[in-house]
Ligand binder design. Structure first.
Ligand code: CA
Ligand code: CA
Ligand code: CA
Length: 480
C-alpha cells in the first residue's frame, strides 16, 4: 500500500501553539494506528480509538477556557452592544485527494484556523446593526493562493464577513440590508457552507421578511461575496444575481416551506453548443413531519429556464425516513435518497444537469469528504447517530454514490472531475463511510473528529486512477 508516512509538519504559526502540539500528536497517533491496522473498512476498533482520543482531548484543551463567558454586553449611550466570537482550529489529513481533485497521489496534512468576532449593536427597540469580522488562515497545504484565484476556500485574512442593518418597523415586517448570511432549513436551497474555512456563502443582499400567523416569507435580492485574500474589503461576485422568495409555513400539522429562486448571470455561460446568458428558475418545497418515533422529510426542486441557447429542464430531490429508538443513548437511524438530475445528451439543446441552487456542501450534505455535489447524482445513504451522554454525539454514515446520467460529469462541490460522454464507463461512483464524534467539553468548548473513507466504483475505475481516499480531521471550537 502506497503511503506517505511523513509526520505532520507545522511551519510558522503565530498562535495556539498548545493546540498545534496537540494536533500533531493526535494526527500522528491516528495515522499510525490506522496504518498499522491496514484497515479497509471502518471497524469497531477504529470507532473505539476515536472515542478514546476525543475523551482524552478535553483535559488538554479545557485549560483556561472553562470560565469564559460566552457573550459580553456593554452599554454605550443609548446603544446596547453584544460581543461574542469563536475560534476554530481544524487539522486535516487528506489522502489521495484534495479540495480540487480526486486521485492526487499525495497526502495533504494541513491546519486551518478561523477567528470570528461578532458585534451586535441594538440602536433601538426595533433596529440593530450587526458586524462580523473573520480571519481565516491555513498552513501546510501544497495548494497556494495562486491555485484559487479570487475566491479562496482556505485563506482570507481579517475581513468583513457580515455588516448589515436589521429593522423591524412593525411586528409583521422586517428589513435586512447589507452583507449577511442566508440559510434555510436543510441548507440545500441557501446554505452558508460554514464548514469551509472562509465560509462558502456570505451575501451582499437586501432581504424583506413578512410574518403573519406562523408564515414567514423572505424576499431576497443579492450576490454572494468572494473571499479574496488579496482584497480588502471583499467584493461581491460579478455574478450570478439571486432573486428569491423563501416562505416557511408553521401552520399546518406538517412543516412546509415553499421556494422560488431565479439565478441570473450575464457573464457568458457555456451552453451545449454556444455561449450566452443564464436565467435559471428553481422552484419547489421542503417538508418535514414527525410521527411518534418516526420522522419523514422531503425536498424537491424543479429547474427551468435558459442557459445560452439551451432550455433548462432539471430536477433535484431528497427523501428521508428516520426513527429514534427509546433506549439508552437514543439511537437514531435514517435512510435517505438524494438525487440531482444529469444530462444524457450533450448535443440536444436541453440542459438536464441540476445545478444545486445555492446549496452548501458542508458536513453531512453529499458526504463529509466533499467528493460530490447535488449535480448529476444519486446518493443512497444510511445515517446512524447515538448520544451515549448528553455531551457526546457519535455519528456514522454509509453512502452509495452513482451518477444520474452516465454521459454527464462527476461533480465536486467546486469543479468537474471526470466525464465519459459515451456513457460506457458506467454510473457507479463508489462508497463512502464516515464516522464522526462530537463532544461538548464545556460551555465554551466543542470538539469534533472524524475518520472517512471512499472506495471507488466502476465509473471511477474505468476513467483513470482510482485510489481509495481517506480523510481524518480533528476540530476544536472555542466560543468567546
Ligand atoms: Ca479579503
Ligand atoms: Ca443535453
Ligand atoms: Ca459534505
Amino acid at each position: 500500500m502506497r503511503r506517505n508516512t511523513s509526520v505532520f509538519t507545522i511551519r510558522k504559526y503565530d498562535f495556539g501553539s498548545g493546540h498545534v502540539r496537540f494536533y500533531t500528536f493526535f494526527l500522528l497517533t491516528l495515522k499510525m494506528t490506522v496504518f498499522a491496522e491496514m484497515i479497509k473498512l471502518p471497524s469497531f476498533k477504529q470507532l473505539l480509538f476515536i472515542v478514546f482520543s476525543t475523551i482524552a482531548a478535553p483535559a488538554v484543551a479545557l485549560a483556561g477556557t472553562e470560565n469564559t463567558p460566552p457573550r459580553h454586553h456593554l452599554i454605550l449611550g443609548s446603544a446596547e452592544i453584544s460581543l461574542n466570537g469563536s475560534y476554530r482550529l481544524r487539522a486535516e489529513t487528506q489522502d489521495a485527494y484534495n479540495i480540487k481533485s480526486y486521485g492526487t497521489a499525495r497526502t495533504e496534512n494541513f491546519l486551518l484556523s478561523r477567528l470570528r468576532l461578532d458585534a451586535d449593536v441594538k440602536i433601538a427597540e426595533n433596529a440593530r446593526l450587526r458586524f462580523q469580522v473573520q480571519d481565516a488562515r491555513i498552513v501546510g497545504h501544497t495548494l497556494t493562493d495562486d491555485d484559487f484565484g479570487d475566491n479562496n476556500p482556505f485563506h482570507d485574512p481579517l475581513d468583513i464577513n457580515q455588516a448589515y442593518f436589521d429593522w423591524q418597523p412593525i411586528s409583521s415586517l422586517g428589513l435586512t440590508l447589507g452583507r449577511q448570511s442566508i440559510s434555510f432549513r436543510d441548507r440545500r436551497v441557501f446554505g452558508p457552507g460554514d464548514w469551509g474555512n472562509t465560509g462558502r456563502y456570505a451575501w451582499n443582499a437586501a432581504r424583506l421578511t413578512l410574518m403573519h400567523h406562523g408564515i414567514e416569507s423572505n424576499w431576497i435580492i443579492g450576490r454572494f461575496i468572494l473571499h479574496d485574500p488579496g482584497q480588502w474589503p471583499n467584493r461581491r461576485a460579478a455574478g450570478p444575481t439571486a432573486y428569491a422568495c423563501y416562505t416557511t409555513i408553521n401552520y399546518w400539522p406538517v412543516d412546509l416551506d415553499l421556494f422560488y429562486v431565479l439565478k441570473k448571470d450575464d457573464r457568458r455561460t457555456q451552453g451545449e453548443t454556444d455561449i450566452g446568458d443564464l436565467a435559471s428558475h428553481s422552484m419547489g418545497f421542503w417538508l418535514n413531519k414527525s410521527l411518534g418515533a418516526w420522522d419523514i422529510g422531503a425536498t424537491w426542486a424543479g429547474q427551468l429556464g435558459r442557459r445560452a441557447a439551451d432550455d433548462i429542464r432539471a430536477m433535484g430531490a431528497v427523501v428521508s425516513l428516520g426513527r429514534t429508538f427509546q433506549v439508552s443513548g437514543k439511537p437514531y437511524v435514517q435512510l435517505q435518497y438524494v438525487t440531482g438530475s444529469g444530462d444524457e445528451d450533450p448535443n440536444d439543446g436541453v440542459h438536464n444537469t441540476f445545478d444545486g441552487i445555492f446549496s452548501g456542501a458542508d458536513t453531512d450534505l453529499y458526504g463529509w469528504m466533499n467528493l460530490f455535489f447535488w449535480k448529476n447524482l444519486r446518493e443512497y445513504r444510511i445515517n446512524m447517530s447515538l448520544h451515549p451522554t448528553r455531551a457526546f454525539n457519535l455519528r456514522s454514515e454509509y453512502h452509495y454514490f452513482m451518477l444520474d446520467a452516465a454521459q454527464d460529469s462527476w461533480y465536486f462541490p467546486g469543479q468537474v472531475q471526470r466525464q465519459d460522454k459515451s456513457g460506457h464507463s458506467g454510473r457507479e461512483l463508489g462508497h463512502e463511510m464516515d464516522m464522526i464524534v462530537q463532544y461538548k467539553a464545556g460551555k465554551s468548548l466543542d470538539l469534533r473528529g472524524g475518520v472517512c473513507v471512499f472506495f471507488p466504483g466502476d465509473f471511477v475505475r474505468n476513467t483513470g486512477e482510482s485510489p481509495i481516499c481517506r480523510w481524518y480531521f480533528l476540530e476544536t471550537i472555542v466560543t468567546i
